[in-house]
Design a protein around this ligand. Structure first.
Ligand code: FE2
Ligand code: FE2
Length: 386
């Protein structure tokens, strides 16, 4: 999954995170060392009065009644394990005589890739590695949660198999980046530990309508991010790494197909609730999964990472608007007949939003061109400025 509580995702260019979103639990000692008052507490961005379990209990029946449909139409977007690629397919073989030569070749290719690109790749990898959080999000969602840990419902089957497929992404990027010798492993390992400890807050209210809108959006956004990373890596000549990013992007697309199909079905059988859910998630703005990332020193690490991704054209507000437009078209939102006036207002809002976002983005990027983008030191690349 890719990356903003604050707003238009990793999109933001030189935006500085609003103080309330920066790490409020941080304190700076006289020596300038940053410590956490409560090092293992989640850095919650929302008050505890946040809405939870907002789906009316009678709607649980809808998800129960969709089980046979999901069995047939959603699970087909998973791949059998035996047909899946595994991280080792793209890494030097430790039992081969050529192991050390393969590492030398890998490191020679890695030299050609600039630091800002590694920052984006590490950001992707850190996001992927916080997978326990994402599985938790699905398993606290009413109507689809895995009630036993090995429940046979198609919803639970999907969640476990999706997690298992996703698990290969962080694993491969982590191992590959380690072998490049270009990134500070300890710094990003710490970032992963902080991030998993912090969790995330997509404001999906344990509500499957909201959760599936979120995951549809998120998987497509992530596919775009990894796809653009692949394109850039190819330009820098590391074809193996480009292939890795491309394969991950393809998995994300497949997952997007599953999630967005569920929302399409919900539009068909319960158009009003689904319309309101879509508009609700868009008003709240899609929080990227790693929006709480922290490395122990940079209070606004996510924003800095997002700005780097935007500058490189890996993911920007324009992509956010494109994802939205795609979903509006795919779900045929304009054609949906919403029975309530609230539903019709929501429909008008979501249909007009992509073009409004693009207009705002256009103005913001013109302003950004006038300002000199400030470079920032990233612990992930040994505190070099990016
Ligand atoms: Fe994903
Ligand atoms: Fe992924």
């Amino acid at each position: 999954m890719a990356l903003n509580m604050c707003s238009l995702p990793q999109a933001s260019t030189v935006r500085v995170r609003a103080p309330k979103f920066c790490m409020m639990t941080l304190t700076h000692s006289s020596k300038g060392v940053t410590t956490l008052k409560k090092p293992n507490s989640p850095k919650l961005e929302m008050p505890e009065t946040q809405v939870t379990h907002s789906m009316p209990p009678e709607k649980l029946e809808i998800f129960k009644s969709l089980e046979s449909w999901a069995e047939e139409n959603v699970l087909m977007h998973l791949k059998p394990v035996e047909k899946c690629w595994q991280p080792q397919d793209f890494l030097p073989q430790p039992n081969s005589e050529e192991f050390y030569d393969q590492i030398k070749e890998l490191q020679a290719r890695a030299k050609e890739v600039p630091d800002d690109h590694y920052v984006v790749l590490v950001g992707h990898m850190v996001t992927e590695e916080a997978l326990p959080t994402y599985q938790t999000m699905l398993n606290i969602t009413d109507g689809i949660k895995d009630g036993t840990g090995a429940s046979p419902t198609p919803w639970a089957t999907w969640t476990r198999a999706w997690t298992a497929e996703e698990n290969r992404h962080g694993n491969l990027l982590n191992k590959y980046l380690y072998l490049t010798g270009r990134v500070d492993m300890r710094a990003f390992e710490k970032t992963i530990q902080y991030l998993i400890g912090s969790g995330m807050n997509p404001k999906a209210e344990n509500n499957p309508y909201l959760a599936f809108v979120y995951t549809s959006f998120q998987e497509r956004a992530t596919a775009i991010s990894h796809g653009n990373a692949a394109r850039l890596t190819k330009q820098h000549g590391d074809l193996k790494l480009a292939q890795i990013c491309g394969l991950i992007a393809a998995d994300e697309k497949r997952h997007e197909a599953g999630y967005s199909k569920i929302v399409k079905k919900l539009f068909e059988i319960d158009p009003d609730t689904t319309m309101l859910a879509f508009a609700d998630m868009m008003r709240k703005k899609i929080a990227m999964p790693a929006h709480l990332m922290y490395d122990g020193s940079d209070d606004c690490l996510f924003d800095h990472f997002a700005a780097a991704a935007s500058r490189l054209g890996v993911y920007s507000a324009r992509d956010y608007a494109d994802v939205m437009q795609f979903l509006v078209d795919y779900w045929e939102v304009e054609k949906v007949t919403s029975p309530s006036s609230e539903g019709r207002k929501a429909q008008e809002y979501v249909c007009g939003l992509p073009s409004r976002i693009k207009m705002i983005e256009q103005r913001a990027s013109e302003r950004a061109k006038d300002n000199n983008a400030t470079s920032v030191a990233f612990s992930w690349v040994y505190d070099r400025n990016v």
